[in-house]
Ligand binder design. Structure first.
Ligand code: PLP
Ligand SMILES: N[C@H](C=O)CCC(=O)O
Length: 435
């Protein structure tokens, strides 16, 4: 590994002009210490920094690059779209095609509204749930991150958790008091919340696989329980599938676990690496959005032709809506690679005598330095973050880029092969012996 001198120079300059030197807090390496590297280019499952170092990338621009970086089909279709115009602010066929493909792929989605980020999608989903039900309160779960939406930045995951501000400053108590925060994977607190606010809860919003506090999966039966109680109480169930959508199955976590939420938020993969978000769900709820209904939502760049071209190219390449859900070869391959990585890392940790809990759902994974299972935020907070920090830097030096926080998920892409997975496991075996 060459010294990261140019990255350091860039970071010094960046800090003069950008807050913290970054445009999104988790990029700043503050959870692990040191200086973030600056990227020169990315291709397939690799990124190269400005000093000429090469890394196997398990961050994949925080999930969207499921085909790897700069996939030829995505790049070609974005170029062709750009030749036809970079933004119209007028309806165009590409946005309809993407919406149709989403509706055909994601079991619960009958209609879609495209927007520009996962944050916007979650903000709109909550507003829509409130508009539809005429109720104010929402339930969210500790450690889940739904973007930087005022009412959802309460006990949030991701950078908010990493930097010790899970309840962000700048959010009036009056907003936050409508958000009820409960522990993930538990049933009694949910029952108690509904009992304590009869007819008052508009929605339960969750990541069906929580990927913003490391990664933890739903306990068997928990999603079914949430589906049942929300339906009975007249509240909406919102799956935030910004991360899991088209990632853990062609139809997202709802397909993998066989649950139909009322509303779903999407982002990341459906934009193929360009800025995008989407809200989808039952027709009668979606039709409460303007211009059909009274809940307002809008966007100058919404349905942007470059983003929809990148998203369409990505979803077509993934073969969504062309195979039965469990017969899609691309997702089967991602599952196999995920399993190989999981088994390899587990064996490496065992051999090194290091307690490591690995949670995985398809091509998403979370690593916790603890010998206990991790089912929720409290469990995640018990893990050894100092050891994670040493592991992260050891892996980086070995040319493997993991997310620079124990409270972020890792991702595989179709561009990763057994060779990269084996190289990663070999590096981990060596690093784990000295952390
Ligand atoms: C589950 C989840 N929801 C919402 C968001 C917000 O999306 P964005 O960063 O595109 O605003 C993210 C990621 O940041 C996410 O992982
Ligand atoms: N965990 C976040 C989204 O999934 C990471 C992206 C970001 O906030 O920059």
């Amino acid at each position: 590994m060459k010294p990261r001198t140019k990255s350091e120079e860039w970071f010094a300059t960046a800090q003069r002009y950008l807050v913290g030197g970054v445009n999104s807090p988790v990029r700043a390496f503050r959870a692990v210490g040191g200086t973030p590297f600056f990227v020169e280019r990315a291709g397939g499952c690799r990124v190269w920094d400005v000093d000429g170092n090469e890394y196997i990338d398990y961050v994949l621009t925080w999930g969207p690059a499921i085909l790897g970086h700069a996939h030829p089909r995505v790049v070609r279709e974005v170029r062709e779209a750009a030749d036809r115009g970079t933004s119209f602010g007028i309806p165009h066929p590409g946005e309809v095609r993407l919406a149709e493909l989403i509706c055909r792929s994601v079991p619960s989605i009958e209609k879609v509204r495209l927007c520009n980020s996962g944050t916007e999608a979650c903000m709109t989903a909550v507003r829509l749930a409130r508009g539809f039900t005429g109720r104010d309160k929402i339930i969210k779960f500790a450690g889940c991150y739904h973007g930087h939406v005022d009412s959802l930045l309460v006990k949030a995951g991701s950078g908010a958790l990493t930097f010790g501000h899970p309840d962000s400053a700048g959010i009036p108590q009056d907003f936050a008091r409508h958000t009820i925060v409960l522990p993930y994977n538990e049933t009694e607190p949910v029952r108690a919340a509904f009992a304590g606010h009869p007819g008052g809860i508009a929605a339960v919003i969750l990541e069906p696989v929580a990927g913003n506090a490391g990664l933890f999966v739903p306990r068997p039966g928990w999603l079914e329980f949430l589906r049942e109680i929300t339906a009975r109480e007249g509240a909406l169930l919102i799956f935030d599938e910004v991360m899991t959508g088209f990632r853990v199955a062609p139809g997202g976590a709802q397909q993998r676990y066989g649950i139909r939420p009322d509303l779903t938020t999407l982002g990341k993969v459906i934009g193929g690496g360009l800025p995008v978000g989407a809200i989808g769900g039952r027709r009668e709820i979606m039709d409460c959005l303007a211009p059909v209904g009274p809940v307002y939502q809008a966007g100058t760049l919404s349905g942007n032709p470059l983003a929809t071209a990148a998203g369409l190219a990505t979803l077509k390449e993934l073969g969504v809506a062309t195979h039965p859900p469990d017969g899609n070869p691309v997702y089967r391959r991602l599952e196999e690679l995920g399993q190989r990585l999981e088994e390899g890392l587990r064996e490496a940790a065992r051999a090194a005598g290091v307690p490591l809990t690995i949670n995985r759902c398809g091509s998403m994974f979370g690593l916790y330095f603890t010998d206990r299972p991790v089912w929720n935020l409290d469990d995640a907070l018990q893990s050894d973050r100092e050891r994670f920090r040493r592991f992260f830097h050891g892996m980086l030096e070995a040319g493997v880029y993991l997310a620079p926080s124990p409270f972020e998920a890792g991702f595989l892409s179709t561009a990763h092969t057994e060779a990269e997975v084996e190289a990663t496991v070999r590096a981990a075996a060596e690093v784990l012996r000295r952390v």
